[in-house]
Design a protein around this ligand. Structure first.
Ligand SMILES: *Cc1c(COP(=O)(O)O)cnc(C)c1O
Length: 403
């Protein structure tokens, strides 16, 4: 049997929505993006959502909007995809990495220890779709002693008067924390709609705004939208109408907009996201959970507790008491059975670009331990139970042959 790791979910509804965009005469940012933004607002219960061409762009744009730049610090977990750190570097700031906990997510006590007068934002990552400890993170940035360290620069920082919390929610669309979906648990939440993510537009993402008053989230949306389209006062859609030729450039913006053709894919998916796509992911997740619970070498990923539910983006299985080399051997053996697996993530300090900048894996022991023992199994709606059983058997045989 050959089982791919994460093929996109494309059905007749996706094809019809894309065809509709193709035949409409309008393929870049326009009505499909608007419709997707509205669906995300409704689903995540947030006041404003901007469609964007990737989560990477979205995070960069949001941090830039908050006035973060040269010399500023942004706290991120060491255990994440490189984009979380790169967006900080792209705006001239310094990514301050901290270690994670056993549940793969950023350690709040380590965040607290890393805060300095230069800290402008914290970017928690909901690893595998398991929400971070937002109660603790939100309480921390609002604490008086922490707020008094904050020295605001620029209008947005003056208004908020504290460290910004921006979630890298690339994995956690539809995850639930304290009985509410991701989107409302930080000032700004950025989702990814990349091809391998739970909800996809091939490439794309969304910035959900949930800034406290006196911010006007609609107004921030309009600013970010302008900045995502070169700072141009009229988008191509308005300019395409008769008499609409004249525009101005009012800000040195970026080119980060999401095209309608891509938004159409996500639009068809979001309509069946909760009741079909997420439900089927949960089925696969539970299948693995039941199967692996029987083995004492298997450490199962977190996925539920009082008020919280994962979005089942990844199935990050850890094998107890194995070395990195043994884990690699297990992966080779699973691969030989035709099952594609992955490792999420190589901690950032293991990657050249960060090593060269002085980040040292020795400072992040839990990130390393999670990585060294981790194997991400295939998880997506199209997997049937026979395939799940084949994957379980392959992992079981590979582990037995190795340890
Ligand atoms: C996929 C991913 C991103 C980047 O998303 P893009 O939409 O591809 O830019 C960022 N952070 C994490 C944790 C991711 O897994």
């Amino acid at each position: 049997m050959n089982i791919p790791f994460s093929p996109p979910y494309i059905d007749a509804d996706v094809e019809a929505e894309v065809l509709d965009a193709l035949r409409s005469g309008w393929i870049t940012t326009g009505p499909k993006v608007k419709a997707l933004e509205q669906e995300v607002c409704k689903y995540a219960n947030v006041p404003a959502t901007l469609g964007i061409n990737s989560a990477t762009s979205g995070m960069m744009l949001a941090l830039h909007w908050y006035g973060i730049g040269h010399g500023d610090e942004v706290i991120i977990p060491a255990y994440t995809y490189a984009a979380t750190a790169l967006v900080v570097m792209h705006i001239g700031a310094i990514p301050v990495m901290v270690d994670v906990e056993d549940d793969f997510n950023i350690s709040v006590s380590k965040i607290e220890a890393a805060i300095t007068e230069k800290t402008k934002a914290i970017v928690p990552v909901d690893f595998a779709g398991w929400p971070c400890n937002y109660d603790a993170i939100n309480a921390l940035v609002r604490r008086n002693d922490i707020k008094s360290k904050f020295s605001p620069k620029g209008p947005q920082q003056e208004i908020l008067g504290r460290i910004l919390v921006m979630s890298d929610a690339a994995h956690s669309f539809g995850a639930v924390y304290n009985n509410k979906r991701m989107g409302v648990w930080s000032d700004i939440t950025v989702f990814s709609f990349h091809a391998v993510k739970n909800l996809t537009t091939a490439e794309g993402g969304a910035i959900c705004l949930n800034l406290p008053s006196p911010f006007d989230n609609e107004e921030v949306y309009r600013t970010l939208r302008l900045w995502s389209l070169n700072g141009q006062t009229k988008d191509a859609f308005s300019k395409s109408k008769a008499g609409g030729w004249k525009y101005d450039i009012v800000y040195p913006g970026f080119k980060m907009n999401l095209p309608d053709l891509l938004a159409a894919v996500g639009l068809a998916q979001i309509r069946k996201y909760n009741d079909e796509l997420l439900k089927e992911r949960k089925r696969v997740f539970d299948f693995y959970g039941h199967a692996f619970a029987a083995f004492d070498w298997a450490e199962l990923p977190p996925y539920q507790k009082e008020g919280s539910l994962a979005s089942y983006h990844l199935y990050p299985l850890r094998i107890k008491h194995v070395s990195e080399e043994q884990r690699d051997t297990i992966i080779e053996r699973i691969t030989a059975f035709g099952v594609a697996v992955n490792v999420h993530f190589q901690p950032l300090p293991l990657l050249t670009v960060f090593k060269e900048r002085g980040y040292d894996i020795a400072s992040f022991p839990t990130s390393y331990d999670n990585y060294a023992r981790e194997i991400s199994l295939p998880i997506y709606p199209q997997l049937n139970n026979n395939q799940c059983q084949y994957i379980v058997d392959s992992v079981m045989d590979a582990v037995k042959a190795t340890i």
